[in-house]
Design a protein around this ligand. Structure first.
Ligand SMILES: [Fe+2]
Length: 216
């Protein structure tokens, strides 16, 4: 696929529309989008196979009820291929509206997440990295739950609701269903989001992190 063709979109929303106001920190006004990624299915299958083999020895389950292999490209060389793929970075940069590069610290550059009723999903949080791409490696059919939920308001307002022990109001949540062959790009720093708990089935996802070349 040409880097400069507009990919087929399933979802798209600006950062300001999500948060409800401008933010001082941002790499661009891009919020979130999901698009047909066109990545090599054999490469993704090899990454998943390697990740499943490493799961017992390398995956951790700690904060946010998430089970993951961090710095996954250290153990799965195929991930490096995608991480540094020029065409991929050009296309993500085009979508983001600013030039992106892989996040420099290998430990947070790439992660594989395992989500199912036992391994958990991921609770409400804001990311510590500027730009994240979520690439599904496998999604069971059926899958009950497991969609990305984005709180559409100021993250501090949402955190206060959670701190008070209340539920995030459903009418303030944007739901994004993951779909094979589609990746989700987001600027989730300062954006409260989670993966809804999975009640049945499982999802394995490759998470690649980027930052802007020009510091915001
Ligand atoms: Fe996140």
């Amino acid at each position: 696929m040409n880097a400069h063709t507009i990919p087929e979109l399933r979802y798209a929303m600006s950062r300001e529309a999500i948060i409800g106001h401008e933010t001082a920190w941002k790499v661009s006004s891009f919020g979130v989008a999901q698009y047909l990624h066109g990545y090599d299915p054999a490469l993704l299958a090899a990454i998943e196979e390697a990740a499943l083999k490493l799961k017992a020895s390398h995956a951790v389950h700690k904060h946010l009820d998430l089970t993951f292999i961090t710095g996954a490209d250290r153990f799965i060389p195929e991930i490096k291929e995608l991480l540094h793929d020029k065409l991929r970075l050009e296309r993500l940069s085009d979508m983001m509206g600013t030039k992106l590069e892989p996040y420099p610290l290998s430990i947070v550059g790439s992660t594989v997440t395992f989500m199912n009723p036992n391994d958990g999903a991921v609770e409400w949080h804001c990311d510590g990295v500027p730009v994240t791409e979520l690439i599904p490696l496998s999604i069971s059919n059926p899958l009950v739950g497991g969609h990305l939920e984005i709180y559409c308001d100021d993250s501090e307002t949402g955190r206060a609701i959670l701190e008070a022990g209340r539920e995030i109001p459903r009418n303030s949540v944007m739901r994004i269903d993951h779909k094979m062959n589609y990746a989700t790009l987001g600027q989730f720093l300062g954006v409260l989001h989670r993966t809804a708990p999975i009640r049945f089935g499982e999802r394995v996802t490759l998470v690649l992190n980027q930052r802007s070349v020009a510091k915001p």
